[in-house]
Design a protein around this ligand. Sequence first.
Ligand SMILES: *Cc1c(COP(=O)(O)O)cnc(C)c1O
Length: 383
Amino acid sequence: MRSGFGETSEAIFMTSGYVYDTAEAAEARFKGEEEGFIYSRYANPTVAMFEQRMALLEGAEAAAATASGMAAINAALLSQVAGGDRVVASRALFGSSLYILEDMLPGFGVDVTIVDGTDIDQWRTALAPGAKCVLMETPANPTLEVIDIAAVSELAHMAGAKVIVDNAFATPVLQHPLELGADIVMYSATKHIDGHGRCMGGVVLGTEEFITETIGPFMKHTGPSLSPFNAWVMLKGLESLDLRVHKQTENAAKVARFLADHGQTGQVLYPSHADHPQHEIAMKQMSEGGNMIAFELLDSAGKQTKEAAFAFLNALNLVDISNNLGDSKSLITHPETTTHQRLTPEAREVLGIGSGLVRLSVGLEDPDDLIEDMGAALEQTKD
Ligand SMILES: *Cc1c(COP(=O)(O)O)cnc(C)c1O
C-alpha cells in the first residue's frame, strides 16, 4: 500500500483519526456503505499492511494485529467463549495463557480443562463432552514439548471446537498449523517477527469470517490494537524473517549438537534430535528444529540444581541473560526463577521444569563463537 509519494519503505501512518470530505461521507463510512478508515483502534493503513502480509505468509484468509502476543491470545479466546462454554488446553503453555485459562475464564463461568498435550487419550476424554475452543502451544515454552496438531485438530473438530495454535516458537517459517487442521494461528510478534527485541506486538490469523465477524468487533470495542509504529517495525522484521529463522535454526542445531555431545549437561531438549520425546511428531509437522533449546545444568554429583544453572548463566559472556526470545542476539533464561516462578513446585515438576533447566534462544552470532562461550562457561563451572 503506497502513498502518492511512491516511497520504497512502507509509510508509517501515525494517526489516530481520519477526516471526511463531507458530513455525508462520514455517515456513509460509519454505516459501512463507503470503504475507508475511521479510527485507528478499528484499523490503520500501516497496521493493515502488516496484517495483509502476515495473512499471505501464513496462508490464512485474514489477520488481526494486536498490541502484544498476550493480547492476541486473549482476543482469540475471549471473542469466542462465553459462560457455559468449555475450553480444552494443553498444560505446557506460556504462563500468562495459563492465567487467562485458570484464573480468569472460570470466573466468567467458562469450564476449562487442562490436559497433558502429548497424551492423545487425555485430549479424547476431555473433548468427549464437546467444547468451544482448543488452545495449544507447540513447541511449548520452555521444555519444547511437541503436540500432534493434526491428531488434536481432528478430535477437536468432532467435538465442535475451533483449534487455536500458539505458533510463536516455530514461527510461520517452520510450521503451518492451518495446513495441519488448526483453525486459528496466533503469534507474539514481539519474538521472531520483530526479531531485534524492539517492540511488542501480536497477530491472530484465521478465516475472513472469523477475523471480521468474531475478532473484529472484539478488537474494535475492547481496544488491544497494535500501534502503527510497532506495525511498521514488524513489517521491517518480516522482510528478513525467513533468512533469520533459517540461520538461527542452523546455529541452534550446531549448539544443540555441541551441548548433547559435551557430556557435562543433563538432558538436552531439541526437536530435531532423535532423543527428543516427541521427535517423530516434531519432524512430521516442523520443517526444522527451530532456534530454541532447553537443557539441564548439573552439579558435581550429577544432580540438576539452580546453583549449577546460575553459575553457568553468570559465566557466559556472549549470551545475555534475558527472558525474551527470537531475538537476533542469543538470550538465555532460567525458567524456574523467572518465566515460571509463579507456578507451584508441583506444577513445574509436571511440566518438566527442573531446577537446573535453562532455555536458550539462539541468535545470529557466529555459531563457533556461541559454542566457544558455552564451552568456556561449562569448563569454568565444572565443579
Ligand atoms: C512471548 C510469548 C507470548 C506472549 O507474547 P507477548 O508479546 O510477550 O505478549 C505468548 N506465547 C508464547 C509462546 C510466547 O513466547
